[in-house]
Ligand binder design. Structure first.
Ligand code: IMP
Ligand code: ZN
Length: 350
């Protein structure tokens, strides 16, 4: 059971979401609604509805099967637009004031090009500015399962989109099933992304893999996703752990995602504990709030209960996340003002 007072504090707390995959963030309600417009044959629609009702990942493998099903629904620009609008609304309603949405450009034969996909997400981000009090940015994802040629194509599209929308397209992500594909081949693409002015947010050490983790660290990414298996107690090594701590690379931590996919044993054993105690830069994220039935407020609540954080510490954790955003200095200053005003108001009413 959630503590009502704590949950209400976490919901009201201004929050920064830096690790959210668009398709994994679609709520069940939106997904079911959109499935009608997807043109799926009746029997597949029924199957999809049953899966959504029983959607619960128990492993990374199952989780990636669920993404495949969601991708059967998000097959044309009008659906992508609507999905992105709803996801942004959900985050705004949850008290998120700054959101970096990441997504893998997808081509669907006969109904959508990758460019149309990206433009649909960007359209929604622009439109949402007039509706919700939230700043939204886009990170273009590279899916390791799709291979290096697709990665090069996605980077090229990201470069072109950034030229037209520099206020929205802000970074490059490396994600996908960590059990598939060697990392080495992607190094030149990610180096090129850096040279093209993109900060990198790379999924890293989601499963134990010492060599790949070293290669990722060598790229000097701006942020790491998950970082589950650095510590020797979690399938890493002392050298890897030391390298992470001394590099001070901010880590995006997704508690529920890691527990549900069983990449960590339980909340208590989550590496949040080590990193927080070390004063290492960290930011809480939802990863896939639709697939994992969570919200950023819920993640703050879980962190508070599991690691005994008080309200001041929660505010500070959220406030410090601004430092790691791929936003402009001006936007970061504006966000800091919002946070400070919120805190002041809270003190005044106490
Ligand atoms: P999309 O990029 O908007 O289609 O969001 C879903 C995609 O994000 C999945 O197909 C994966 O490639 C990626 N993704 C979501 N969650 C994870 C994760 O926990 N680890 C690695 N990749 C992920
Ligand atoms: Zn992720």
């Amino acid at each position: 059971m959630m503590n009502e007072g704590l949950l209400s504090f976490c919901e009201k707390l201004p929050k920064v979401e830096l690790h959210a995959h668009l398709n994994g963030s679609i709520s069940d309600e939106t997904l079911l609604e959109l499935s009608q417009a997807s043109g799926l044959p009746e029997e597949e629609l029924v199957e999809l509805h049953n899966i959504v009702k029983n959607m619960k990942c128990r492993s990374l493998k199952e989780c990636f099967k669920i993404f495949d099903i969601i991708h059967k629904v998000t097959v044309k620009p009008s659906i992508i637009r609507r999905a992105a609008m709803d996801v942004i609304k959900d985050f705004a309603n949850d008290g998120v004031v700054y959101l970096e949405l990441r997504s893998t450009p997808r081509r669907v034969e006969g109904s959508m090009t990758k460019k149309e996909y990206i433009n649909a997400v960007i359209d929604s981000i622009r439109e949402s500015r007039n509706i919700h009090p939230i700043i939204v940015k886009l990170i273009i994802s590279i899916d390791r399962k799709a291979g290096v040629l697709e990665a090069e194509e996605n980077l090229q599209l990201a470069i072109e989109a950034k030229e037209i929308h520099p206020d929205i397209v802000v970074g490059v992500d490396f994600s996908g099933n960590p059990a598939i594909g060697a990392f080495d081949g992607f190094i030149p693409v990610l180096e090129k992304a850096h040279k093209s002015g993109f900060p990198l947010a790379l999924h890293c050490a989601e499963v134990p893999s010492v060599e790949e983790t070293e290669n990722i660290l060598n790229l000097k990414p701006e942020r790491l996703g998950h970082g589950t298996c650095f510590h020797p107690d979690a399938g890493g090594t002392q050298e890897l752990w030391n390298a992470l701590i001394s590099a001070k690379i901010p880590v995006e931590l997704c508690l529920t995602s890691n527990v549900m996919t069983a990449t960590v044993k339980d909340y208590k054993n989550h590496h949040f504990d080590y990193l927080y105690k070390h004063g290492h830069p960290i930011v809480l994220g939802t990863d896939d709030k639709g697939v994992f039935s969570t919200s950023l407020s819920a993640e703050y609540c879980i962190a508070a209960k599991t690691f005994e954080l008080n309200n001041d510490q929660l505010w500070q954790l959220s406030y410090d996340s601004i430092n790691y955003a791929f936003a402009s200095d001006y936007e970061k200053e504006k966000l800091r003002e919002i946070f400070k005003e919120w805190k002041q108001k809270l003190l005044n009413t106490a």
